[in-house]
Design a protein. Structure first.
Length: 583
């Protein structure tokens, strides 16, 4: 099935939800003019459809290959990545001082969304680099920035983040990798890195001539837990006197994982210092590792939320094309007994409309989050706190939507959806990782109720609820959901709810709050589309009225039913012993 970037939809959301025109009024983002934004939307759409989409299938069927520590990407990938770099798509929001274009983060998110819809697994490569760039830009020394940022921003090199170890999983504080200070010789002032990391996305590949790893490790006598962790820049190859890749740096890809999806994204087991010659330089100060790493992780969590939009868009496009072409059965109630395209049948229409509404809601939430980050960059009051609240919502709810819509896509295909040749199964398999990595969605929910409820003394969350109410106006379902969210927040903040109670209800609450926020954004789009449609007939705007109305009338009421689970407490979860629950 072919792929076409949803350019009209993206422009609409960038204009009315991200309000990118308002961002462009500030000198920092003056380059994001209307013409520039439209050109970027059109250009990346053409690029993704022409370069990334055609190799999506070979990425799944052939995948990345490991041999003796080296990873080779499938045919066509190296050329497509070179075109990505040559087109300047990697540098959209990079700092101008280091060769970037200095445009809003929202436009960087647009690049990832479009490319990821065309080729989900491949787009993980630049996605991780963006996080490494952010960490070095915020926490690196002037020398480190000069050495690494120009090539990372251009895409000539790629970056990774190395947290997880076999024994630690999501408990980063349990890591054992070490960093011994070097006091003599050519590497004096740097550190000898030793340890193993797992689940390192694009930790090894043949797309670029260097890979810059950001590695968490412990210095000697460091405190236990996350307090004792430091972060290190560890390039695959040492830099020579001219700043170019030179001798190998004792960094080895031991293997790559065999996964149910994202086969074109090599998930690597990385070994550092097997020959005791792996050299790294500290970034962010001793014991500042988690602070520096969270700069990467917050960036990555929003970008993973984007992956939910990406896979939902691609799955919806494929399901819609199939439904329009697949002829089967007469339409019920019709006097004509001739078989029709399955898109004429009510339940297929329900699935397609639900997919479109969910995808558009997730996209609106994505650009609402990224534009809040942009506003925080500009120092606009309240923007940083709003971005912090929206981060677990887009990561958690966005990726849940990606999984639901990918599953619906298989269902629309019927039996053919379960056959690999149709490609619908690839979207379903690829989507499943997104709720897991960069902090599982359960961790996102725990973050929401553990840290974000009390942000700014509770004012940040109260302001969001007030904004939802303001946009909802006469919409009873959305108002009821906003009120339910406020009831849950009040209960969680009271002495009646224990920590276990809050965590037990956190996932349901996250879904409710995300749905309410999306409801606000869909209601705003409905209001704007209605006003614009008054001046003439426009199929896009007519469709927008239907998808937004479907979300408000069908999906928002579903979330109201989660209130009981959100406030049900933890008692029922512990009525069985661990042995009984596992038995």
């Amino acid at each position: 099935m072919s792929f076409t970037a949803p350019g009209r939809e993206q422009n609409f959301v960038l204009k009315h939800i991200a309000e990118i025109g308002e961002l462009a009024e500030h000198e920092r983002f003056a380059g994001a003019s209307d013409d520039m934004v439209e050109a970027i939307v059109e250009g990346i759409g053409q690029f993704a459809a022409g370069e990334f989409a055609p190799i999506n299938r070979i990425g799944d069927t052939v995948g990345a290959k490991w041999d003796d520590g080296k990873v080779t990407m499938p045919e066509g990938f190296k050329q497509a990545y070179a075109q990505f770099v040559e087109g300047g798509w990697a540098s959209i929001d990079g700092a101008e001082d280091f060769g970037g274009q200095g445009l809003p983060y929202s436009l960087s998110a647009l690049i990832l969304e479009t490319c990821g819809a065309a080729n989900f697994a491949f787009t993980l490569c630049p996605m991780l680099s963006f996080g490494a760039i952010e960490a070095i830009h915020v926490h690196g020394s002037d020398e480190q920035k000069a050495h690494y940022l120009p090539n990372l921003i251009s895409g000539a090199w790629t970056g990774t983040m190395n947290l997880t170890e076999p024994q630690a999983g999501s408990d980063v504080g349990a890591l054992r990798s070490t960093a011994e200070p070097i006091t003599e010789g050519e590497h004096a002032g740097k550190y000898r890195i030793k340890g193993q990391k797992i689940y390192i996305t694009f930790g090894e590949h043949d797309l670029t001539d260097n890979i810059v790893h950001l590695v968490l490790a412990r210095t000697p006598d460091a405190p236990e837990g996350t307090r004792g962790i430091s972060l290190f820049i560890v390039p695959k190859y040492h830099l020579d006197a001219d700043g170019k890749p030179g001798a190998p740096n004792d960094v080895t890809c031991v293997s790559i994982e065999h996964k149910i999806g994202i086969h074109a994204s090599p998930t690597c087991v990385m070994a550092y210092g097997e020959q005791d010659e792996c050299i790294g330089e500290m970034i962010g100060g001793e014991f500042g590792g988690m602070r520096a790493m969270f700069t990467m992780m917050n960036n990555a969590r929003i970008n993973v939320g984007s992956q939910g939009v990406q896979i939902a868009e691609r799955a919806t496009q494929q399901a819609s094309q199939f439904a329009a072409e697949r002829i089967q059965s007469a339409r019920a109630g019709s006097g004509d007994k001739a078989p029709v395209a399955i898109i004429e049948h009510p339940d297929v229409r329900r699935m397609l409309l639900r997919s479109k509404a969910l995808t558009q809601a997730a996209r609106a939430l994505l650009y609402y989050a990224t534009s809040s980050v942009d506003r925080a960059t500009l120092g606009i009051e309240g923007a940083k706190s709003r971005a912090e609240i929206l981060t677990p919502l887009i990561k958690g709810y966005g990726t849940d939507i990606g999984n639901e819509v990918a599953s619906i896509g298989v269902q629309v295909h019927g039996g053919m959806g379960f056959i690999e040749e149709t490609g619908a199964g690839q979207h379903f398999r690829d989507a499943r990782i997104a709720p897991i990595y960069e902090g599982t969605n359960g961790i996102q929910a725990a973050d929401l109720v553990g840290r974000k409820l009390g942000l700014d003394g509770g004012e940040a969350m109260a302001t969001l609820i007030a904004d939802i109410r303001s946009e909802a106006r006469e919409d009873e379902n959305l108002l009821a959901l906003a009120n339910a969210c406020e009831d849950i927040m009040r209960w969680m903040a009271s002495g009646d709810a224990s920590i276990d109670d809050r965590l037990a209800g956190s996932y349901a609450f996250m879904t409710m709050l995300a749905t309410a926020t999306c409801g606000m954004l869909m209601k705003k789009q409905h209001r704007i589309a209605s006003a614009e449609l008054a001046s003439g007939d426009d199929p896009f705007l007519k469709a927008k009225l239907v998808t937004t109305r479907y979300y408000l009338d069908h999906i928002v009421p579903e979330a109201l039913g989660l209130k009981a689970a959100a406030m049900g407490g933890a008692d029922i979860l512990y009525r069985l012993s661990s042995a009984e629950l596992a038995g």
